[in-house]
Design a protein around this ligand. Sequence first.
Ligand code: SF4
Length: 548
Amino acid sequence: MIYGLVAPGYEMADVVVTNLTGGTKMFSAFDMSTKLKLIGVDVASFGDPFCSNVKHRTIVLEDAVKGIYKRINISEDGSKLLGGVLVGEAESYNMLLQTCKNCLPLPASPEELILGARGGSGESSKGSGVMALPDNALICSCEGVSKGSICSAITEGGVDDVKGIKSCTKAGTGCGGCVPMLKDLITETMKAQGKVVRNVLCEHFDYTRQELYDLIKIQEIKTYHQLLGQHGKGYGCEVCKPAVASMMASIWNDMILKEATIQDTNDQFLANIQRGGTYSIVPRVAGGEITPDKLIAIGLIAKKYDLYCKITGGQRIDLFGARVDQLPEIWEELVEAGFESGHAYGKALRTVKSCVGSTWCRFGVQDSVGFAIEVEERYKGIRAPHKLKSAVSGCVRECAEAQSKDFGIIATEKGWNLYVCGNGGAKPQHALLLASDVDKETCIRYIDRFLMYYIKTAEPLTRTATWLNKLEGGIDYLKDVIVNDSLGIAEQLEQEMSYLINTYKCEWKEVVENPELRSRFTHFVNTEEPDPTIQFQAERGQKFPVKW
Ligand code: SF4
């Protein structure tokens, strides 16, 4: 039988080797529990997923809006987990599998296994969940590594990171699905030993992001190689290179292209790479307000370069289908027409959405468009650990959806309410109220402090919502730091923000005006010829990349 999974393959190989080398071993069957991504959807099944021949009770969660289906089968007496199926979200797979395999006692309300426990931090419950497993619990099913072996590598072997666990036990080297559990085990076991757990950036830097941020700033380090030489080891990797580039950009506001070797593809070409190998261009349209002349300019440029046009969800116009060698020419024309980079490619402020507010809407109590433009102009180009989105609504009806943004502002009769750490995307989360009925100046001051505090302290690639979820003390603590200045750093945060605002430059303009940077925009290194493999087809009156 072909299982299609790595673990039975290893087991079969072990049987062959044992028999070839004089031993005796039989392959009888293998646990088919597995977690996969099928066409982008997380799916998993564990234990007995259907329980066709066993008396059981089931708990089902079905959310057709989010595309999530979860079912767990529980023994008739409610004491044991027999198996289950997860579709659309499978984060709890590892814990469910271990609970099932090790016949762990179920919580008083077993639905918590798929709904999550009410109250309490997810992080700590995750940790204590792993620690509750018996030593013989199989953590890495691919390599057959138990919790006991992993813990003794930590306690007796002195291992303190996932890389060490991988090299000394082989756990996590197969499908990689158990790596989050390995991290939890390392953290919890080290905590239990009274050791300090440091979340270092990667194997090339023995520092947390926050420590590196301070080192770069205090020692005035301006290049990745200088930092690597002074504080790191090896050649760097795909984790530390973009993370350091982002920190340098946040601290010095230098051109992100300055060190071309350490950028992601999108940052390398200041545009988003799309299907078929062409790029899309999003000019900034602050607050979504645009003049007819500027609309005409975009239309003419799109027509000249035969670009596909689409209005984005963030009130901007996206131009698709540009070849890499065309980018500087297109930007030159856009810059001439008064446009700037919209940073749609960077971990930076994207868009500040607005509703029409009091200028046009009968319900509006404040000028939301004017404020959105002011906010977008203020924070444009600022690099952060992750992308930043914002919105301003003209009244409580919230047409700009400000509560789903990293920072959102809603007009009130008395001023503005400021919400922070909201998130759309894969894991939607509502923003939380940071300050209410404040005037414009106070609102801006709080946003300055909030953004700088986030930029300085968040882990790489962490959105504000996740950052807040991990912040000890949550929104109350954040309010204390930002509004009450409990750490005494408000002035410093404001000064640092003001430096970034005052040193802003449009990255597209820099490329257009700099022959050396401009010469990098070629498809091939040894000829000016464009990529001959790019192909388009027509659909709905515009061009599309040919189907893959
Ligand atoms: S949020 Fe209020 S002001 Fe803005 S468009 Fe909606 S109803 Fe009008």
